[in-house]
Design a protein around this ligand. Sequence first.
Ligand code: FMN
Length: 338
Amino acid sequence: MAKLFSPIRFKDVTLKNRIVMSPMCMYSCDNQDGIITPFHMTHYISRAVGGVGLIILEATAVEPAGRISAEDLGIWDDNHVSGLTDLVEQIHTNNTKVGIQLAHAGRKAEDEKFTFSPSPLAFNEKYQVPTELDIPGIKRIVKAFADGASRAKKAGFDVIEIHAAHGYLINQFLSPLSNQRSDEYGGSKENRFRFLAEIVEVVKNTFDGPIFVRISTDEYHKDGNTIDDILYFVDKLKDMGIDLIDCSSGGVIPAKIKVYPGYQVKRCETIKQEKEIPTGAVGLITTGIQAEEILQNERADLIFLGRSLLKNPYWVVSAADELTYPLEAPKQYKRGWR
Ligand SMILES: Cc1cc2nc3c(=O)[nH]c(=O)nc-3n(C[C@H](O)[C@H](O)[C@H](O)COP(=O)(O)O)c2cc1C
């Protein structure tokens, strides 16, 4: 039987299959208010009808200054909860679980007047020089993650994913390329991990469901985090009870990345094998057979799909055909299925 279609459990949450819709910004909030729009409803619910096991909503900002763009979703205000609750309920009616990616863009916030980062270093010449976060600033953002987690819980999300990848704020703390602090949040890898550790702690205290962390497993720079540094962070996250490491890469500096099918899977496999923690593979995974190989060879536990699901909301149906898996139709479609 195809492993891609086998269930998997994280805490009390069972996913019906291993297919995850990877978080993807949709730049679709009207009025720059971070509130769900009809587009978001259509976009996410159609992937639930299409049979995805877990949908993770796009990077959702825990404070306005944490938005990548002014059109990003937000979870910094109680006003955000009602729209998110409706979306979660609709996704659930399709027997699909739903997570939310809690995020802060830090120095990569594109439309903000002021940006924040561990050190006053711009991402590149097109970005402004960020303000170095002082300790009250750090504590403010940690609390914003806690409040975001609390609202996510109210809205009924099954999973929270903490965005610690792609060179956004948490990644800016983790990486020696963007963190040049000399206080307890910078310098050694223990110190660079502190900001993420504090966020994990408050999210855990608020939300008792599964918590995933997305990290950049490769920074594509000789002075960036090494695989040993990454394995150290994973070890710590495992000790803290994180349920899955979502293994992406890049974004800390404007590096040129060589991409090819499954280009991020190797590091995902290393993390899973060496640290014995569930992992999610992502990055140019496009076919059911490719996904099945990754799962059968214990290289990952979940398959995250981005662009494949943008192009085809029924990717799951195509993959079932490829793997000759007898996928059950949504009940409304049963009469016309096969
Ligand atoms: C339009 C778009 C928006 C994205 N937004 C996010 C995001 O909000 N958070 C995130 O972690 N990754 C984001 N990503 C990266 C995807 O989640 C995924 O990791 C990447 O596209 C590689 O997977 P793929 O080859 O299956 O598309 C985005 C990608 C795309 C194409």
